[in-house]
Design a protein around this ligand. Structure first.
Ligand code: GDD
Length: 326
């Protein structure tokens, strides 16, 4: 029975979205392999039935071909990469190296091993840059105009992937996810940063003062659990060379997110806007249009943001209480 399971590979599979994707693929009866330069972040349900986890750094080619040959994945979900927009300003070369050379090394290795694997590349809605409000929600027809080093690296990644796709036997599909959030996301992303501080305040580990950055920005948020369903469907229904938005189509200002998250706490919290948390340049509004994806696959995000934010706060309450006992 086990031998009949289809082998699939997630690069960057030890990260935030990778963990949810692994769980979904296991549920769909796949045999899941992971490449990551980190060990699995948390022991838990998602990791219990992982076939194998290999420490692989995609900026190097060491072991890559050997591992691909032994796994022979039918599908590869390329999640490995630098995802933090703010950090990309002072980590430009690392961001470009990981996001661009990573995909080049992976795709050359797939080509050289002669595999027929279908490949999903995770780009970003950030590639569109600053689009006038009147021209949003943004469709895939919009020309990208990246503002951050992160967005620049994601557009370069797309270009490299589309070029190399021509020499691969399987299909290559690119998705442009907008903001996705959920329990387990690392600090450095807005909802994790807010929830972590709220939980610390509740545990009396910091005074009832929350430090925040730009509250005026609006973002299109999707629960990570809906997002990974989108990854699977995009690869299943997309054709080679497709570039597909994944988003909810709805936006919230960061202030609305903050107000909702603080309202979930019984502590009275004061807000302090901290210039350190601003970026050299921020996008005011990012709202995606997912009509193409919905026509293609019937995908439609279902989870309510209020539930997602509650889950995130509860996750951080648990994390902080674990921190306090260790
Ligand atoms: N991280 C963070 N922390 N952001 C804050 C804070 C804070 O304390 N306060 C305000 N913000 C604002 C940021 O300035 C930005 O306008 C917005 O909240 C969202 O920031 P992030 O959560 O860091 O996400 P992002 O929009 O820059 O990028 C995310 O979405 C992209 C797709 O649209 C990331 O997940 C990217 O990897 C992803 O590609």
């Amino acid at each position: 029975m086990r031998n009949q399971q289809i082998p699939v590979l997630i690069t960057g599979g030890a990260g935030f979205a990778g963990r949810y994707l692994a769980q979904l693929l296991r549920k769909n009866g796949r045999k899941v392999y992971i490449f990551d330069h980190n060990p699995l972040s948390e022991k838990g349900e998602a990791w219990e039935e992982i076939e194998e986890h290999y420490i692989i750094d995609l900026t190097q080619t060491k072991d890559l071909r050997k591992r691909l040959k032994s796994i022979r994945p039918a599908e590869i979900f390329h999640l490995a990469g630098k995802a933090n927009v703010k950090h990309s300003w002072y980590g430009e070369s690392e961001t470009y190296l990981t996001n661009v050379i990573g995909v080049v090394n992976l795709m050359c290795a797939i080509r050289d091993t002669g595999l027929r694997s279908n490949l999903l590349i995770i780009s970003s809605g950030e590639v569109y840059g600053q689009v006038p409000d009147s021209e949003q929600p943004i469709t895939e027809k919009r020309s990208p105009a990246p503002r951050s080093p992160y967005a620049g690296s994601k557009l370069c990644q797309e270009i490299a992937a589309l070029q190399l796709a021509r020499s691969l036997k399987g299909k290559t599909v690119i998705v442009r996810p907008f903001n996705h959030i959920g329990p387990g996301q690392r600090l450095g992303f807005v909802t994790a940063d807010f929830a972590h501080q709220i939980a610390r305040i509740e545990h009396k580990l910091q005074e009832p003062l929350i430090h925040v950055g730009n509250l005026d920005a609006r973002r299109d948020f999707t629960d990570v659990r809906d997002m990974v369903e989108g990854y699977v469907k995009a690869l299943e229904f997309g054709t080679s060379g497709d570039v597909i938005n994944l988003c909810s189509g709805k936006t919230w200002s960061i202030k609305e997110i903050l107000d909702y998250m603080t309202s979930l706490s019984s502590v009275d919290i004061t807000v302090r806007v901290d210039p350190e948390r601003f970026r050299p340049s921020d996008i005011n509004l990012l709202q995606g249009n997912h009509d193409y994806m919905t026509r293609l696959s019937q995908w439609n995000p279902e989870l309510d943001i209020a539930d997602t934010l509650t889950d995130i706060i509860n996750y951080w309450r648990k994390q902080v209480s674990l921190e306090t006992v260790t």
